[in-house]
Design a protein. Sequence first.
Length: 425
Amino acid sequence: MNSQKITMGADGILNVPDHPIIPFIEGDGIGPDVWTASKRVLDAAVEIAYKGKRRIEWKEMLAGEKAFNQTGQWLPAETLDIAREYLVSIKGPLTTPVGGGIRSLNVAMRQELDLYVCLRPVKWYKGVPSPVVHPEKVNFVIFRENTEDIYAGIEYANGSEEAKKLLAFINEIGGGKKVRFPESSAFGIKPVSKDGSERLVRSAIKYALEHKLPTVSIVHKGNIMKFTEGGFKIWGYEVAEREFGDKVFTWEQWERIKKADGEDAANAALKNAKAAGKLIVNDVIADNFLQQILLAPQDYSVIATLNLNGDYISDAAAAAVGGIGIAPGANINYITGHAVFEATHGTAPRFANTNTMNPSSLLLSGVMMLEYMGWLEAARSIEEALAVTIMRKRVTIDFYNLMNDATLLKTSEFADEIIKNIQEK
């Protein structure tokens, strides 16, 4: 088999050979169990969809406890080099080291590879237990900025020399009165840039246009944080109008028309834009959006938001469709092509090597990876087979405990069932 690397073409389109080499990190805790099951399903789906013409060659790279035990490093430089070289990779959950050094292996990989989009699709599969009445109304994709905000946050402990120096500077520029308890305050700084905001919103708009989705909603807390979160909103609207022209209609345009010609004219312009199939770019305050996830999720299709907001929103939205155990995720740089697809849950170490946990998060992240590669037939076959398996109530312990008349399967048996359903299809 002549295996080759995935490359990024000069046209910004991935070149994916029939036998791509894809690095993987199996992960810590339950990682080996869910990775083994997911890999079997991914391989079977590709084999069946393309009748042996296409095949993935897997290349292991080390991170987490396995890397530390073998190399003395939690995230070896070689692993980052491999991820850079081969562009597309996939990983299971990783332990966050206790003590100093790396705050999070996941964050470190995102920062080192400049994976500026955390992509989190949220979708309900029929039969999945949900705490909301109409989980079928939840179907949107979250673009969470992945390199700024709190991920690039600068913090100083209360009482530290750095905190004292920063407080002195704040006093010097006239902001000291805002600090209620200056002597006992810790300080945090969140950087939000125009460049970082624009590339995130640009990617969200391109995704919405390519997938023919109706809206991009910029979620922010700009009513309070005027220059960081508020800047994100302003820069998002600017890039929408400047770079996408008559393909979009923004709420900023609506406001300008309303100011000039009245609300009826603005509403007519919005109606005409929708009729013409234009993408509507709007914005929502973050706390209101967390309500809308429950009250009117059907009104949203693509979400563009900053890092901390995206963290809250991703997990809250995942809960509405069955929990983080079935929530996939990816970290992508759409400019360079680098992408790491990952399980979004933790390592659950007490369940390690029990062959009991749900592999759906990692498996659906693998589906996202196949979509990113353009192997849509294999991706669809897995998603459809997974949906059938859940609908038939043949599930792992997490769903079994929430369903009536379900059949309890081990992790490996759940993978067997999905493969069987792919074959039947």
